[in-house]
Design a protein around this ligand. Structure first.
Ligand code: S3P
Length: 168
C-alpha cells in the first residue's frame, strides 16, 4: 500500500470507525480531514459553518486536498461527507467509497449511544428530509469519484476493513 487510501461516503456511513479498524488490522498513519480543518481553524466544524458559512468550509477542504496531494503519502485519509467534491481527488490516492442506503445510515446514527451529539455536530444533517435530498443528489457523484465501492450494509467494521485492505 504505497499510495494514500481515501475513504469517502455520506455522513454517518461509518468512515471513522472503519478507518480505526483498518489501522488496527494494518498499522499505518491515519488522518481525518475534518480533524485537520478543526485544528487549522481552532474551532469546531459546526462553528465554522455558523460563523463563516458552507462556502468557506468548502474552500478549506480544497486547500487541505492540495496539501494532501503534494505532501502526504502512505496515509489512510478519512474525509467529511462533502470532501469528494474537491478537485483532483483521485490524484491524492485510491478513493474508496463506503456505500449504504439512506435509511440504513439514518438508523445507524439514531442507534448510536451518542445520537444527539452525532447529529448536533453535523450542520447538514439537522433535518431528515433535507439530508435525504442531499444523499439523493450526491449518490451518483460519489460513485463517479470512487475507484473502489464497498457496500457496508449489514457488515461489521472488521469485515469491511478486511475487504478494503484486500482490494487496495
Ligand atoms: C459534511 C460532512 C461532515 C463535515 C461537514 C460537512 C458534508 O463530515 O465534513 O459537516 O457535507 O457531508 P462527516 O461525513 O464526518 O459527518
Amino acid at each position: 500500500m504505497a499510495k494514500n487510501i481515501i475513504l469517502i461516503g455520506f455522513m454517518g456511513v461509518g468512515k471513522g470507525s472503519i478507518a480505526r479498524e483498518i489501522v488496527k488490522q494494518h498499522p499505518m498513519v491515519a488522518l481525518d480531514t475534518d480533524d485537520v480543518i478543526e485544528s487549522m481553524e481552532n474551532r469546531k466544524i459546526k462553528k465554522i459553518f455558523e460563523e463563516e458559512g458552507e462556502a468557506y468550509f468548502r474552500a478549506i477542504e480544497q486547500h487541505v486536498a492540495e496539501w494532501l496531494e503534494s505532501d502526504v503519502r502512505n496515509t489512510l485519509i478519512s474525509t467529511g461527507g462533502g470532501f469528494f467534491k474537491v478537485k483532483n481527488l483521485k490524484k491524492i490516492g485510491t478513493v474508496v467509497l463506503l456505500h449504504a442506503d439512506f435509511d440504513t445510515i439514518h438508523r445507524r446514527i439514531l442507534a448510536h449511544p451518542n445520537a444527539e451529539k452525532k447529529l448536533k455536530k453535523r450542520p447538514l444533517f439537522q433535518d431528515e428530509a433535507r439530508a435525504r435530498a442531499l444523499y439523493d443528489e450526491r449518490e451518483k457523484h460519489y460513485m463517479k469519484a470512487a475507484d473502489i465501492v464497498i457496500d457496508v450494509e449489514g457488515k461489521s467494521p472488521e469485515k469491511i476493513a478486511k475487504e478494503i485492505i484486500k482490494k487496495v
